[in-house]
Ligand binder design. Structure first.
Ligand SMILES: Nc1ncnc2c1ncn2[C@@H]1O[C@H](COP(=O)(O)OP(=O)(O)O)[C@@H](O)[C@H]1O
Ligand SMILES: [Mg+2]
Length: 314
């Protein structure tokens, strides 16, 4: 990887960023940063993608063929469009760089937490003790005390959606009765939205870390602490406090490695340290297309500008 700063030439790249849902504050900041730097960058909603079979791919209002870098910031519910666009680009514009490797593989499940837990473990990186399965399976497993204890589990446990972010799908159960209640509540999302869940050991902590990785480098790190004693989630989105922090080199290396293993280039790595010990890191998850509002406020780093510089450097 070359130094971004030396490598950086304004006007040198035409970039497209695809996104689903609303055009977020984050995306608008990235666009503004590009404008300031004189970089041509278009934000393209998946709703603007359309084409006739056997005809040219069209993206409403955009001259899509000119793009040299395409970043799929969100993929979520849009894997069909993602794969169709990627195939088209590979055939018709093979020089175009596509971010991230995960997108090129085209396996939606690789964007989920369960797959990350498996891959990180396979590479000797610690993650919380985890069981994946239907809510019913997870409940049955917990109900049989001998199973549960043999596998090293005890209450409290965390029940976590394999997809989802911002703490929205992360729950804690202090005992079997609470777990049963949660399972009953969440069954609907399992059936109607096809969500899948994981059961995890609860790792007590007084805060965790978010490390921003861009193209094999650490941009910075923050420590997050939950809003109150009855909230266990440290996410900024659920009121967590965020402060800038210096992390040791070993943690930076780990974050970079984990990001690569998960097929990402632009990522927010969430991790905790058992007993607050830097030598005992455990990875919560690797976020694709991370939110960076809290991070930016705490560190003063101009994340949108860094993202643009990184995309230009490709
Ligand atoms: N196994 C766990 N034990 C204790 N706290 C957890 C556990 N898993 C997640 N958390 C808490 O919930 C937060 C969100 O979890 P995370 O896996 O990062 O999902 P999300 O994608 O919603 O951010 C973490 O930052 C942490 O505070
Ligand atoms: Mg997280």
């Amino acid at each position: 990887m070359q130094e971004m700063s030396n490598d950086f030439k304004p006007f040198s790249k035409k970039i497209a960023i695809f996104y689903g849902g609303k055009r977020s504050k984050h995306l608008r900041l990235v666009q503004k940063a590009a404008e300031k730097m004189g970089v041509e960058l278009d934000l393209i909603s998946y709703n603007k993608v359309g084409f006739r079979i056997n005809d040219e791919l069209r993206i409403t209002n955009y001259e899509w063929k000119k793009y040299e870098v395409i970043f799929f910031r969100t993929t979520g519910k849009h894997w069909e469009e993602v794969n169709l666009v990627v195939d088209w680009v590979k055939r018709n514009n093979p020089k175009c760089k596509i971010v991230d490797p995960l997108v090129l593989k085209g396996r939606p499940s690789d964007a989920c937490k369960a797959w990350q837990m498996v891959e990180l473990t396979r590479h000797g990186i610690e993650v919380p003790r985890t069981i994946y399965g239907s809510l019913w399976t997870l409940y049955e497993f917990s109900r049989k005390k001998s199973n549960f204890e043999k596998a090293g589990f005890s209450f409290p446990v965390v029940l976590k959606g394999s997809s989802g972010d911002r703490g929205i799908n992360v729950f804690k159960a202090d005992n079997l009765a609470q777990l049963e209640r949660l399972v009953r509540q969440l069954r609907r999302s399992e059936v109607e939205e096809g969500r899948r869940y994981m059961l995890q050991e609860f790792i007590p902590n007084n805060g965790d870390y978010r490390i921003l990785v861009l193209g094999g480098k650490v941009l910075g790190a923050v420590r997050r602490t939950s809003a109150s004693s009855d909230e266990f989630r440290n996410n900024f989105s659920v009121g967590g406090k965020v402060e800038v922090v210096m992390v040791p080199e070993s943690i930076k290396k780990l974050a970079i490695r984990a990001t690569k293993i998960c097929g990402l280039m632009v990522a927010g790595v969430d991790l905790v340290c058992r007993g607050g010990d830097w030598h005992r890191p455990v990875i919560w998850e690797i976020n694709k297309g991370p939110q960076f509002w809290g991070f930016m406020q705490a560190t003063g780093i101009d994340v949108p500008a860094e993202i643009v510089k990184f995309l230009v450097s490709l």
